[in-house]
Design a protein around this ligand. Structure first.
Ligand code: GLY
Length: 391
């Protein structure tokens, strides 16, 4: 009897402390979302020109901006749409519409694979929250433009033009498939979906090591589809695993499973997630590359953490085994917990962004240990996914 009572008390204690932890995260997320609103308002008045898009911060904490042709342009309108979704404040909707309109020309850009990042984060999120024929036309046109970069012999959409590789495909490119899957499901040609599936299959086959770590850049022979080289561009070495690339893989294959329900893609997402999770430091924020040579004296990358957290919320919803499901969910929450607090939340610093400590490209010595707009975008997305889950 005493044992039963003891077991009961232990269970009660565990439940109480789990609930206290969750309540703690609720408060942290609510605070970080308030802070994000304040920073987004400040960014709107700081930039105040909808042909300029927040990219990364200067040492003074101000935003450096890019024109809409830069791959990052969709994230600032995306942040504004997410703020509108959370607050229903017309200021955020009007601002989101302004910066979304500033990207209209991108639907015709045949020179980049980043059309999914650009147009789905801006017009795509805008369409979900405020559907319009105009937005639908832009999304459908963009999908048609993107598939012009598909080569059936290779089985992939080409990532970059005019670089040292013959036919480069980067793991990041998985993210652009969401635009194609969505457009196909909303009146577009079935070809969009077929191309997205083929690209995902080719990436699944060629972009991963046996341990689930991903390569960044592959180049293909367009005469027979064979892999010519496996390299990196933003990682430490060809054989290392660049943290954001791995996060793109987790997110990209989870999203591909959402549209296809093909278990091979779920398995690929899980293996990529396990690689990432098993190598996280104790505060759950990865170094910019999992094999960076000077760890622990290397910069962290909050963008990789935020992308991974957002993806894990979704991935956990597809996993059947209770233990694994809980492991992914707990990890997503623990990453959020770190991002919501110092030193990662930019509160009290001079940054006009939401998060600090992101890395754009360490090898290029570009945007190292600064705030970057896509870190904010996926952080806010992850927090909204958490809020949704609680409902
Ligand atoms: N897609 C470019 C990057 O993640 O830096």
């Amino acid at each position: 009897m005493r044992h039963v009572l003891l077991a009961f008390l232990i269970t009660l204690f565990m439940l109480a402390s789990a609930s206290a932890q969750t309540q703690g995260l609720d408060a942290l997320v609510s605070h970080a979302l308030k802070f994000a609103q304040q920073q987004a308002r400040q960014t709107v008045s700081e930039i105040n020109d909808s042909t300029k898009f927040a990219r990364s911060t200067t040492p003074e904490g101000k935003w450096s901006t890019s024109a809409s042709r830069d791959w990052i342009s969709g994230f600032f309108p995306g942040v504004l749409w997410y703020m509108y979704e959370y607050t229903k404040d017309p200021f955020f909707r009007q601002s989101a519409e302004r910066w979304t309109a500033g990207m209209a020309n991108e639907q015709f850009d045949r020179g980049t694979h980043d059309l999914g990042f650009k147009i789905f984060c801006s017009y795509g999120t805008g369409y979900r929250l405020a559907p319009s024929d105009d937005y639908m036309k832009v999304i459908q046109q963009t999908a048609q433009t993107l598939i012009l970069r598909f080569n059936p012999t290779v089985g992939c959409i080409k990532s970059w033009d005019n670089r040292k590789w013959a036919y480069p495909v980067i793991v990041d490119n998985m993210m652009n498939l969401e635009l194609l899957f969505w457009a196909a499901e909303h009146g577009g040609s079935p070809k969009l979906r077929e191309i997205a599936i083929k690209h995902a299959e080719t990436t699944m086959k060629n972009h991963f090591r046996s341990d689930g770590g991903s390569y960044h850049v592959l180049s293909y022979d367009t005469t027979n589809g064979s892999v010519l080289v496996r390299n990196t561009h933003q990682g430490y070495a060809d054989e290392s695993v660049w943290a954001r690339g791995q996060a793109w893989a987790i997110y990209g294959f989870t999203m591909t499973y959402r549209f296809t329900k093909d278990p091979r893609f779920l398995e690929t997402a899980r293996r990529a997630a396990d690689y990432f999770i098993e190598r996280l430091p104790s505060d759950n924020i990865p170094y910019w590359d999992f094999q960076a040579p000077e760890i622990p004296n290397e910069p962290r990358d909050v963008s990789a953490a935020a992308i991974c957290a957002s993806a894990l919320f979704e991935l956990s919803s597809y996993v059947k085994e209770p233990e694994k499901k809980a492991a992914y969910l707990d990890r997503a929450k623990n990453i959020l917990r770190s991002l919501c607090t110092a030193p990662y939340l930019a509160e009290g610093t001079n940054s006009h962004a939401v998060l600090n400590h992101a890395v754009g490209s360490k090898p290029a010595k570009s945007q190292v240990d600064v705030s970057i707009i896509y870190a904010d975008y996926y952080f806010i997305e992850a927090m909204l996914r958490y809020v949704q889950l609680k409902k």
